[in-house]
Design a protein around this ligand. Structure first.
Ligand SMILES: [Zn+2]
Length: 184
């Protein structure tokens, strides 16, 4: 899976781009939706129990039952989908679990080759539930779960946190207050 830090960074970018400055409380409340799928590495089957399309659709079903649109629940759906599809492009997830035992691993590449532009998109179906490989080193009991995988992820996460803080005025509010004091 992409590391927790990368999931957190994408989560913060999505929330910062969709919420207004006055919505800090719901914005903070949305952060877990970008990360909670990985709880199935502790409870249930990893990359299956909480990494499937049915989990992504739970907030939509709640909206349908209530017969009302909710910005919070719409964003929760978006964050769950972002997590599941990022993982689907990295070693695969069981997109249709519990109705299918197949892990869908999506592959995409776009770039320049000797023949000009190259575009690659395909799907691998590598294994059954419980067989998908997501750890780099074999471990007897506790799987290896990366938090920040490398320097690139660290830089992305730092800028995501800064973007989130800028959006909700956490960074500059204090500075403005000092400036106003000076004018008096
Ligand atoms: Zn995950």
């Amino acid at each position: 899976m992409p590391d927790v830090g990368l999931h957190l960074a994408i989560t913060l970018f999505i929330i910062a781009s969709c919420m207004s400055e006055a919505e800090l409380k719901p914005a903070v409340g949305l952060i877990p939706f970008g990360l909670l799928c990985d709880l199935d590495s502790v409870v249930g089957v990893h990359r299956a129990t909480l990494h499937n399309l049915f989990v992504v659709l739970i907030p939509v079903v709640i909206m349908a039952i209530r017969r009302e649109r909710s910005k919070f629940l719409s964003l929760a759906t978006l964050l769950l989908a972002a997590h599941v599809f990022m993982d689907a492009f990295y070693n695969g997830v069981f997109l249709l679990y519990p109705f299918s035992q197949e892990s869908y691993s999506l592959k995409f590449w776009l770039g320049l080759t000797d023949n000009g532009f190259g575009l690659l998109f395909y799907t691998l179906i590598p294994g059954k539930v419980g067989e998908v490989e997501y750890v780099v080193k074999p471990s007897p009991s506790i799987p290896e779960i990366g938090i920040i995988g490398d320097g690139t992820e660290l830089v992305i996460l730092i800028f995501a946190v800064l973007s989130f803080m800028c959006r909700f005025g956490i960074l500059y509010k204090h500075g403005i207050r000092i400036k106003n004091k000076g004018k008096r």
